[in-house]
Design a protein around this ligand. Structure first.
Ligand code: DC
Length: 237
């Protein structure tokens, strides 16, 4: 089973992907980490993310083993990740890495779940189930600030808000694979529901997906609930 999840910064795509990976025994790839790994290499080389050749060189050098590096989660790395992500050559290199992961998920798993900005539209257009999460800027900002506090990372709230606006704008408006919902994605508005309700809703949609046969779905733990309310679901045409 292959699941694609997309959405803007701090909307909860990673949390949902981890939840679905645990429920359905899937390998998980946070594709944002690939762009962050490119950004970290560019920053280490004294660059700022604007030079397409430098960024593409960094993308070619990135190894999947680098993705566990905690420094990739930093805000400055995220900002430059959004900048290197506009270069088509960078996206082309990372496309192969992401498709390889989906084609050959980790041994012992029953498939893969990838989260990012263009997974359902470009990376895995044939995914079995697609989700697109939305959420107000205010709610996403609160979530991001909570995350930064939990990690003990110093921050200025106004700066985080400004960065998030700029990243949203850049991710949505770039010419190459902009952030957008696939026409066959289930759109879930997370503004007024918590992560658990989002997960339960998504699990229900996975189980009821016409692309997923009963035998394909092997639930590991947790019971379905009806807590989610604000859901708009777009079925495949
Ligand atoms: O999800 P994140 O904040 O870790 O992603 C960092 C940046 O990487 C994001 O602002 C845009 C880019 N990105 C992308 O362009 N395509 C993806 N599939 C994932 C991330």
């Amino acid at each position: 089973m292959i699941i694609a999840i997309d959405g803007p910064a701090a909307v909860g795509t990673g949390t949902l992907a981890r939840g679905l990976a645990a429920r359905f025994n899937l390998g998980h790839l946070d594709s944002g980490l690939l762009y962050r790994a490119v950004a970290a290499r560019v920053l280490a080389g004294g660059g700022g993310g604007h030079d397409p050749d430098q960024a593409a060189g960094a993308a070619r050098a990135v190894a999947m083993t680098e993705l566990a590096e905690p420094a990739l989660r930093r805000e400055d790395v995220g900002r430059v990740a959004s900048m290197v992500a506009v270069h088509p050559a960078v996206r082309q290199v990372l496309l192969g890495r992401q498709r390889d992961f989906a084609r050959r998920p980790p041994a012992g798993t029953d498939g893969a779940v990838l989260d990012g900005r263009d997974i359902g539209t470009v990376v895995l257009p044939d995914a079995d189930v697609k989700f697109f999460l939305t959420g107000s800027l205010d709610v996403r900002l609160v979530r991001r600030v909570k995350e930064l506090r939990a990690r003990g990372e110093p921050f200025i709230q106004a700066r985080v808000e400004q960065d998030m606006r700029e990243r949203d704008q850049r991710d949505r408006s770039r010419a190459a694979a902009p952030l957008a919902a696939a026409t066959d994605a289930h759109v879930i508005d997370t503004t007024e529901i918590d992560a658990e309700a989002v997960l339960e809703t998504a699990c229900r949609l996975v189980r009821s997906s016409p692309r997923i046969s009963r035998t394909k779905v092997r639930r590991k733990s947790g019971a379905p609930s009806d807590t989610a309310q604000k859901v708009r679901s777009q079925e495949s045409p």
